[in-house]
Design a protein around this ligand. Structure first.
Ligand code: NDP
Ligand code: MG
Length: 405
């Protein structure tokens, strides 16, 4: 394997942690060329001391201060700022691989820039595909970029697909590949066995306490409402070029099977492992080879029961909304993603209840569908403009709700 130069965008987050843990174990295979952070700049500074990247991206207002701090520590690292800085790193000719691990819509411009620049992209930032699926996939096809999913479910599906789909980027072809459907597994989150009323009363600490995975706050709330599975459904449609009715969601509370591909002959291929993001990240970093990830091996003697449950779409309405949005098209998925980001922020700020998120998303979706129809907008600017309008509208919806409460 030649030494890959890696840019980790979102290095200070949970995916950033897992990625850097693997890179630290395999320094002969990988060079940490660039890192980015946003608010946790002390952590980013410590990462710069540890990994000594060539470049680092911070918010625009922090460029000067961060550069002075690095200099004082004797570290010669090029500091860039804001979206432009992130784009600059994502398209840097020295970079082979971009780990897209910024959370939310903030990750879209740099992920798309990496796709247009023909990079190898390890995609964690599912929101980029939810907002701009077709645009992203077209950019990948046109530039010859390689898109490897590290979201555990999509990585599992990727591993269970025929080799020619994996390697030649051919689309799944019903008759040739004989694929009946994909099974996306979901843990069901912390409220699987709780009532809707208990979910309604839940505080932030309870909602972000995921039973199996340790993740950033936004995705943890998304897992509690199952919006995460909704976003992943949309992500899977784009990544694997399948309609939403070919993708089934099943709750598997143990999170050992990370997803499955069902074939016409009755075979169902599953990818299994401990619930640890280091496995899909290591897979994608070294693909098509395999490296050590540091993950505890699966002990099948300890797995006494693996269970499967059909999701309750009344309790987890966000999952129903995601299917509806995928059927309606890109403006609807942009709307759902933007509304959800604002609603999750409001929940984390203790302004609304956990169960209000689905109601707000549903109202925003009606607004978005009425405002934008089913047009497919092809430019990043159009997408970001729609995203901004939905965010404003969702703020109004939240203000109305909190006034009534
Ligand atoms: P975290 O909240 O832990 O980390 C988010 C990262 O994004 C941090 O580095 C953060 O910087 C940076 N960031 C936040 N806002 C901005 C912004 N406006 N501009 C630039 N950078 C920003 O999230 P996760 O690591 O959990 O998730 C990252 C992505 O990966 C998400 O899209 C999530 O859905 C996806 N994912 C995560 C999984 C997980 O297990 N965690 C599993 C599968 C997918 P800072 O911290 O310095 O503010
Ligand atoms: Mg996932």
């Amino acid at each position: 394997m030649t030494r890959q130069r890696i840019a980790v965008l979102g290095a200070t987050g949970s995916i950033g942690d897992s990625t850097l843990a693997i890179l630290a174990m395999a320094e002969h295979n990988f060079e940490v060329y660039a890192l980015s952070g946003h608010q946790r700049l002390d952590k980013l500074f410590a990462l710069c001391e540890r990994f000594r990247p060539t470049r680092v991206a911070v918010p625009s207002a922090s460029v000067d201060g961060f550069a002075i701090r690095l200099q004082a520590a004797g570290l010669s690292i090029d500091v860039v700022g804001g979206d432009e800085g992130l784009n600059d790193i994502a398209t840097d000719s020295e970079v082979d691989t971009v780990v897209a691990a910024i959370v939310g819509a903030a990750g879209l411009p740099s992920t798309l820039a990496a796709a247009r620049a023909g990079k190898r992209i390890l995609l964690a930032n599912k929101e980029a595909l939810v907002m701009a699926g077709q645009v992203m996939m077209d950019a990948v096809a046109n530039s010859g970029a390689t898109l490897l999913p590290i979201d555990s479910e999509h990585n599992a599906i990727f591993q269970c697909l025929p080799l020619d789909v994996q390697q030649s980027r051919t689309h799944i072809h019903d008759s040739k590949h004989g694929i009946r459907n994909l099974w996306l597994t979901a843990s069901g989150g912390p409220f699987l066995h709780k009532s809707f009323e208990q979910m309604q009363q839940a505080g932030v600490a309870e909602a972000v306490k995921h039973p199996n995975w340790s993740m950033g706050q936004k995705i943890s709330v998304d897992s509690a409402t199952m919006m995460n599975k909704g976003l992943e459904l949309i992500e899977a449609c784009h990544l694997f070029n399948l309609p939403e009715d070919k993708i089934s969601v099943v709750i598997h509370p143990q999170s050992i099977i990370h997803s499955m591909v069902a074939y016409n002959d009755g075979s169902v291929l599953a990818q299994m492992g401990m619930p640890d993001m280091k496995t899909p990240i290591a897979h994608a970093l070294s693909y098509p080879e395999r490296i050590e990830s540091g993950v505890v091996p699966l002990d099948l003697y300890e797995m006494s029961d693996l269970s499967f449950i059909k999701p309750d779409l009344q309790k987890f309405a966000c999952l129903r909304l995601a299917r509806q949005a995928m059927q309606a098209g890109m403006p609807a998925t942009i709307t759902l993603n933007a509304a959800n980001e604002i609603a999750v922020e409001a929940f984390l700020a203790e302004q609304i209840r956990l169960t209000d998120i689905a109601d707000i998303n549903e109202q925003a979706l009606s607004y978005g569908t009425a405002e934008f129809g089913t047009r497919i907008e092809a430019s990043l600017e159009d997408i970001l403009a729609m995203d901004a309008r939905v965010r404003m509208h969702t703020q109004h919806l939240i203000a109305q709700l909190t006034r009534r409460a």
